[in-house]
Design a protein around this ligand. Structure first.
Ligand code: UT7
Length: 326
């Protein structure tokens, strides 16, 4: 089987920053509660005219420029998101149009916060089963567009941003050593957007009741998040035939600093190996891991040969973890 590797990364966080103090003027909350319960200080918010694909296009352009990638060398575009530009066609289609990478397959993956890891897995499958050589895998959101800004239990948690990775077959030691993805639909109602799809098409009533925004039973989700992220990470480590002691970096989905700390503790990963940027980005769902990878890459934190564990959990529930040799 062909091993695939990430050869380039990019990301984009919108310029507008919303602070905890800003939020305390909008709903009954405060910086202390948000910081203590979530670790979040700031989140980036897309402009009124910016859709998810627009963020993706900037991320991709940055990636192409930095790594000297020619758009015509891309064989497929995969976009992991739950905040597509439109319900159809896919967000990947709009990225394709803007970047001018025409005639290659372009499609979205809906796996919430685990979407980027699902995307890496699908890209590996395509490289192994077709003549495709180089695939763009995006993960990211404009969750601000589906946030209920009157609901303090959710509006403080999310942010906008997109990350991207270019993957291709590896001919050296670098590459994705293991990927483990899964889902359990039994608890879908704990985190979802109730209206806007075919179950509850948009009506005046659904809009009035804000059913097209994020609905989450935070407490319940929290418990599943901690246990599932541990389970997924252990599975990916086992598949890679290594232990958590072998890894240089643990890059968890950035949903809540308490979930990150507890998962790291369960996995026996010391704090200095855990990448955290939730204070600046909040939860960007599918954007979380590729944005982190790009930030670390640009900061020179990822060295060739390093073993990295990425780990995510999200609505569905879905989960995914992977071990990567950089
Ligand atoms: O991306 C993957 C999916 N998402 C997640 O993984 C999120 C998982 N869940 C969480 O991170 C946490 O459950 C939250 C951060 C959402 C909430 O933290 P919590 O410690 O579970 O708080 P809680 O929901 O139990 O609420 C505690 C109190 C409540 O007040 P009472 O009933 O004790 O009087 C809430 O009404 O905090 C109140 N509260 C707030 N207070 C100030 C809820 N939101 C806020 C707020 N500001 N923003």
């Amino acid at each position: 089987m062909k091993k695939i590797k990430i050869i380039a990364t990019g990301s984009y966080l919108p310029e507008k920053i919303l602070t905890n103090d800003d939020l305390s003027k909008m709903v009954d909350t405060n910086d202390e509660w948000i910081t203590q319960r979530t670790g979040i200080k700031n989140r980036h918010i897309a402009d009124k005219n910016q859709a998810t694909s627009d963020l993706g296009v900037i991320a991709a352009k940055r990636c192409f420029e930095t790594y000297g990638i020619e758009p015509e060398t891309i064989d497929a575009i995969i976009f992991a998101t739950v905040t597509p530009d439109k319900l159809f066609p896919s967000t990947a289609i709009y990225v394709q149009k803007s970047l001018g990478i025409l005639n290659v397959p372009a499609f979205d993956i809906s796996a919430a916060c685990s979407g980027f890891i699902y995307g890496l897995s699908v890209a590996g499958g395509l490289i192994n089963s077709t003549s495709m050589k180089r695939i763009l895998v995006f993960g990211g959101e404009t969750l601000s567009k589906v946030t209920n800004w009157e609901d303090r239990s959710t509006c403080v948690l999310f942010g906008d941003g997109v990350g991207v990775a270019v993957v291709e077959e590896s001919f050296d030691e670098s590459g994705i050593i293991s990927v483990y993805i899964g889902a359990d639909g039994n608890m879908e109602y704990l985190l979802h957007q109730p209206a806007g799809g075919s179950r509850n098409p948009a009506t005046f009533e659904t809009v009035e009741k804000k059913l097209h925004t994020i609905h989450m039973a935070g407490n319940e989700v929290y418990k599943f998040a901690v246990n599932t992220m541990q389970m997924a990470a252990e599975k990916a480590l086992e598949l890679a035939k290594i232990t958590s002691q072998d890894i240089k970096w643990f890059i968890p989905h950035q949903a809540n600093i308490r979930i990150i700390d507890t998962t790291a503790k369960y996995l026996k990963v010391p704090k200095e190996k855990v990448f955290v940027n939730i204070d600046k980005t909040a939860n960007t769902s599918a954007g979380s891991i590729p944005i982190a990878l790009d930030q670390m890459n640009r900061e020179g934190l990822l060295k060739k040969g390093d073993l990295i564990l990425i780990d995510a959990f999200g609505a569905g529930f879905t989960w995914g973890a992977a071990v990567i040799r950089w």
